[in-house]
Write a protein that binds this ligand. Structure first.
Ligand SMILES: *[C@@H]1O[C@H](CO)[C@@H](O)[C@H](O)[C@H]1NC(C)=O
Ligand SMILES: *[C@@H]1O[C@H](CO)[C@@H](O)[C@H](O)[C@H]1NC(C)=O
Ligand SMILES: [Ca+2]
Ligand SMILES: [Ca+2]
Length: 526
């Protein structure tokens, strides 16, 4: 009868001992990090983790600080430098300073830091874990959606790249064809030119001499107001436009220097005076003599009659000569003289007729003319193609990321609106600060480089060497990218003077590994 109860009692007391022993152990290991549990072995002397001393195991968590590193008191606030480990089951274990232990405030989500106080801590670990998981899931979903868009961008970038290469090849072929055509067009023009250049030049010289003599006679007659066939100092003095140092009067001395004498006849005027004054000379407004109004002279500024005014846009006036004469040939065919001219305005200043070429010359001129037009057209086309090639090469030279994930930024600008300013970043180009109340915009940087950390270079880009701050450095902007569904600037700050920081959301910055995280791996393990 007694036996069973004795056994019961024995079993009960053993159980009691076990539970009590468990409790003691529990207390001794309170606040110890899981990874360090093996250092705290009950019944063995404890060696401080910094190996500074060894103490009896009973000194662990006895609320008296023995180790310099506080490692004997992980579960009490006895050591000022102690660390208490909250196990936080279901969430993330954390270390808190051991003076938070028993301070009446719940610091661990499992409430384990307040084991010896009256404070009843609610266990919030589950709630935290849930919230944490919801956040992770939201982040994962964002990256997943972003990565889908990023993949589109990458695919598009690959398409664009090969399209660009194709176009480049086409353009290079086009330019070869055009250059061949150009050489073909050059030949007849050159032939015609070579053949008739000498003749044209002689004729032009002859004609220009005539024009020049006319000018000389007209100017002389104009200056000789009293008609004594001499131009005297007082006659020239009226032309104050000839006073080169216009700071004082046009003095007798100055006029005399021009004339070289008190007066000059036509011959002296021809040889010594005309060239000096022809560029600046202006007719006086009211000619006092009854001579018939001479036809207007060409602009005095174009005094050099040897310079033909190019009728075509090309700068090579050699090429223009034949064409030009050709034009006049048509327009003035009613005239009788046969003096060729390269001066467009000449037909207005004299009655000489422009050249009448023989048929062979006319034919050649026509061929040359046609050839030149073709040549010019082709040359224009070549320039255009070269420009296109250059643009393409410039585009393919932009570093748009290892997979071209930032290629959607090419030629794009994005605004961030702030109270006072609009910040505008034109990707791979520049960044500006535009005052909303009007006023001039300020360049805060020109495209510089990708500037993220080495393991994630494409996290940031830098725009440098903007307008210099008053009494300070040149402005600059760092753009930091983060995953988002749309390309958009979400924040701009000036963390230190003249250094701007923009946060920019883009699918291009979304991360496949984050997107691929399964909900299982969001479980907390410590
Ligand atoms: C625990 O939760 C209850 C109700 O949810 C609340 O009244 C109480 O103040 C909480 N205790 C602590 C220590 O936060
Ligand atoms: C000017 O002088 C040149 C030679 O030096 C001569 O050929 C020309 O006919 C002269 N012009 C006038 C208008 O006298
Ligand atoms: Ca101790
Ligand atoms: Ca606390």
């Amino acid at each position: 009868m007694m036996f069973p109860s004795y056994v019961n009692l024995l079993v009960f007391s053993c159980l009691l001992t076990l539970i009590a022993g468990g409790n003691i152990e529990q207390t001794a290991l309170r606040g110890v990090q899981t990874s360090l549990l093996s250092m705290y072995v009950p019944s063995k002397p404890f060696t401080c983790l910094d190996r500074s001393m060894t103490i009896p195991y009973e000194f662990v968590n006895d609320d008296y600080c023995d180790c310099r590193d506080g490692s004997d008191e992980p579960g009490t606030s006895a050591c000022p430098n102690g660390r208490f480990f909250c196990e936080n089951k279901g969430y993330v274990g954390t270390l808190i300073p051991s003076h938070f232990v028993g301070d009446g405030i719940c610091d661990c989500c499992d409430g384990s830091d307040e084991y010896e106080t009256n404070v009843v801590c609610n266990n919030t670990c589950f709630e935290l874990a849930q919230r944490n998981q919801a956040e992770r899931e939201a982040k994962r979903a964002l990256h997943e959606a972003g990565v889908a868009k990023k993949k589109e961008i990458i695919a598009h970038s690959i398409a664009i790249k090969s399209e660009r290469q194709k176009r480049l090849k086409e353009l290079e072929n086009e330019i070869q064809v055009a250059e061949k055509l150009k050489r073909q067009a050059e030949a007849p023009e050159k032939e015609a030119k070579d053949k008739y250049q000498k003749l044209w030049e002689e004729q032009r010289a002859k004609h220009e001499a005539i024009v020049r003599n006319r000018e000389i006679r007209e100017m002389f007659a104009d200056l000789d107001t009293n008609g004594d066939s001499l131009v005297s100092i007082d006659e020239l003095q009226k032309h104050t436009e000839l006073d080169l140092d216009s700071e004082n009067e046009f003095t007798n001395e100055e006029v005399r220097t021009i004339l070289g004498a008190d007066s000059v006849n036509l011959n002296d005027f021809n040889t010594t005076v005309f060239d000096q004054i022809s560029n600046s000379y202006k007719k006086l407004p009211e000619p006092p003599r009854p001579t018939p109004e001479p036809t207007p002279l060409p602009e005095p500024s174009q005094g050099s009659f040897a310079t033909p005014s190019p009728p075509l846009e090309t700068s090579d006036d050699e090429q223009n000569k034949p064409s030009h004469r050709h034009e006049e040939d048509h327009e003035n065919s009613q005239h009788s003289s046969s003096i060729p001219t390269s001066l467009e305005h000449e037909k207005h200043i004299h009655d000489d007729t422009p050249p009448e070429y023989d048929d062979e010359t006319k034919r050649l001129i026509q061929i040359a003319d046609h050839a030149r037009n073709e040549f010019n057209a082709i040359e224009g086309k070549i320039l255009n193609i070269k420009q296109q090639i250059e643009d393409l090469k410039k585009q393919s030279g932009v570093d748009t990321g290892p997979q071209g994930e930032y290629s959607a930024f090419i030629d794009q600008c994005y605004d961030y609106e702030e109270r006072e300013y609009t910040y505008r970043v034109c990707m791979f180009k520049d960044a500006k600060q535009i005052p909303k109340g009007g006023g001039s915009e300020v360049t805060i940087g020109y495209w510089d480089s990708w500037s993220g950390p080495t393991e994630n270079k494409y996290l940031r880009m830098k725009y440098a060497n903007g307008a210099t701050c008053w009494n300070g450095p040149p402005r600059s902007l760092t753009v930091t990218f983060r995953c988002g569904i749309e390309h958009k600037a979400v924040d701009v700050r000036e963390p230190s003077r003249c250094e701007y920081a923009m946060i920019f959301e883009t699918p291009s910055a979304c991360d496949e590994t984050v997107a691929g995280t399964t909900s299982h791996s969001t479980h907390v393990e410590f």
